[in-house]
Design a protein around this ligand. Structure first.
Ligand code: PMP
Length: 323
């Protein structure tokens, strides 16, 4: 669909997948005025297809749009864009264990000009891709590299928005993580370089020895993960006390070393709930998983996945039928 101030949103259509032809002066290519979402559709045993909390993605897209000076996309347009894509060929939605259809809505500045100002022509599109397990090697703890040099988002910046620019900032530290044999990078806050924010594409949780669970509070530069929010609810359902507060990097390191922290896990749409193993930095490391998935992590993962695949009652009204 296309937007201009005069017409509003118009021209919604489903077209065969193919390249976009862009003028070299298209605004997004220069100033990264772009936002996106990521969500999944799941086939249930009876063949019906369901989206997991798409309204929450629609809300987050609105917040991202506001921060990036992009127009609001009405929630019914967002939901309609996903449903019509799935309805166009529901055989796209894979069936079977851990299989789903990953949906990637995105909006970008498509006006052709070179000045720095919000674009007066905006394009919204959705692509879909079948997804299997995120970590090919199966569900084993992921190793994390602590980025002490780079942050992904600064105070007052775009960290809470799901915009391409945040990921541009995270690519070099992510590459460093790979070079150190880790799959993911952990980011600290940009002001004190001390408070744990999140991973490159996932939010973090810490299970304490008393059974309570802690997650970094939303700081304005952390992405408000929809999985993070779902886990807050599911953990309380399972009887855990859950606290959102600041977590320092020393609390992570010392807590694992002393046994105060018994499990660390990460969560996001792509990786669902994934145990965290080693935390490595320049000069040291701690390992809280020893190659195993912890019980609290496994139970929360099962609780979430069972709802997504329709095997457990959808007690919180998180599923929206798409086809
Ligand atoms: N943090 C970042 C930086 C991410 O890219 C993602 C993935 N969208 C998340 C957290 C998790 O968010 P969600 O649970 O909505 O996928």
């Amino acid at each position: 669909a296309e937007w201009t101030p005069e017409t509003g949103w118009q021209d919604a259509r489903v077209v065969p997948y193919g390249p976009l032809l862009l003028d070299p002066a298209t605004a997004v290519l220069h100033y990264a005025q772009e936002i996106f979402e990521g969500l999944k559709a799941y086939t249930h045993a009876d063949g019906s297809v369901w989206g997991f909390r798409p309204e929450a993605n629609a809300d987050r897209l609105q917040r991202s749009a506001h921060r990036l000076a992009l127009p609001e996309l009405p929630t019914d347009w967002f939901l309609g864009s996903i449903a019509s894509l799935v309805a166009a060929d529901r055989a796209w939605v894979p069936t079977g264990e851990e299989r789903s259809l990953y949906l990637r809505p995105f909006m970008f500045a498509s006006e052709v000009f070179l000045g720095v100002r919000p674009s007066q022509h905006v394009t919204y599109s959705v692509i879909a891709s079948p997804a299997g397990a995120y970590f090919k090697a199966g569900l084993k703890p992921v190793d994390i590299w602590l980025s002490e040099t780079f942050t992904r988002a600064g105070a007052g910046g775009t960290g809470a928005a799901k915009c391409g620019g945040n990921y541009a900032a995270s690519l070099l530290p992510q590459q460093e993580a790979f070079q150190h044999g880790c799959e993911q990078v952990a980011f600290l806050d940009s002001v004190e370089n001390r408070w744990v924010e999140e991973l490159g594409g996932m939010n973090l949780y810490f299970v304490q020895s008393d059974g309570s669970i802690v997650t970094p509070e939303l700081s304005g530069s952390i992405l408000e993960g929809i999985t993070r929010d779902s886990i807050l609810t599911l953990a309380r359902d399972l009887g855990h006390e859950v606290v959102e507060r600041k977590v320092s990097i020393d609390e992570w390191r010392d807590g694992v070393a002393s046994g105060q922290i018994t499990e660390v896990f990460a969560c996001g749409t792509a990786a669902v709930v994934t145990p965290v193993g080693r935390l490595a930095w320049n000069g040291g490391e701690v390992d809280c998983a020893k190659g195993e998935i912890g019980k609290v992590t496994a139970d929360l993962r099962a609780a979430l996945v069972d709802i997504q695949y329709g095997r457990a009652e959808d007690r919180h009204g998180w599923l929206t039928r798409l086809a």
